[in-house]
Design a protein around this ligand. Sequence first.
Ligand SMILES: [Zn+2]
Length: 270
Amino acid sequence: MNPAWQQVADGVHVWRYPVLDVNVTAVSGHDATLVVDTLSTPAQADRLRRALAELAPGRLVLVNTHAHFDHCFGNATLAGPDTEIWAHEATRRRLADQPGQVVAEAAARHADDDPELAGLAAVTPLAPNRTVHERTVLDLGGRRVQLRYGGRGHTDGDLAVLVPDAGVLVLGDLLEVDAPPQFGDAYPISWPATLARLLRDATGPVVPGHGAVVDTGYARRQRDELAELADRIAAGYAAGTPAERVAAAGPFDLPTRREAVARGYAELAG
Ligand SMILES: [Zn+2]
């Protein structure tokens, strides 16, 4: 069954899709609706397309928060020939230059997670056609939104969306709720400062990549946990401590910490 739209602010709605518990955010202006993230498959994106038509008929502008399949593989289904698809330049590069690798990784890791994801290997990703370097302002008609890059974090190309008139911040997987942060492609040492930069202008609801919408207090607490983990990793690296010993304690669960320490050591080694 399809989820219902949850209104989190005036003209800002979240569609929390049950498979992988992933969020799509729709920001409505007079001229266009900004759709942040596009789900994992053409079938899921087709459901989203119909839900969007009921919520806000009219022109869509798409944003991918990063290059992971569950946030961008629905692009081709939602986009027409003239549709703008925005992403950070690193995300566009990855989807444009290495689509085969992105699909193969997604299918290898996630095709068995749910029957809806069984066809992941057959998806042809559509790369973004507009890029953000650090900050881009889009006018949706009577409403301006900011697309922001805060630095490396969950990936090397995480884009956040700020809706200043509503105080809403959409963070993609830089913030995770109801599941631990995912470090598979992450930069654990850089991540806390990236999140702190993006949270500076947030005043209202904060939309994570997965899980329930939260407030800035929750997001700052997760930033603190990420910072504690980064400090432990940096101290362990400086002291030459084996990764497994560093991963033995700290925030989040053990498999999450193991991945974070491995990635953090690699980040510190350059
Ligand atoms: Zn992700």
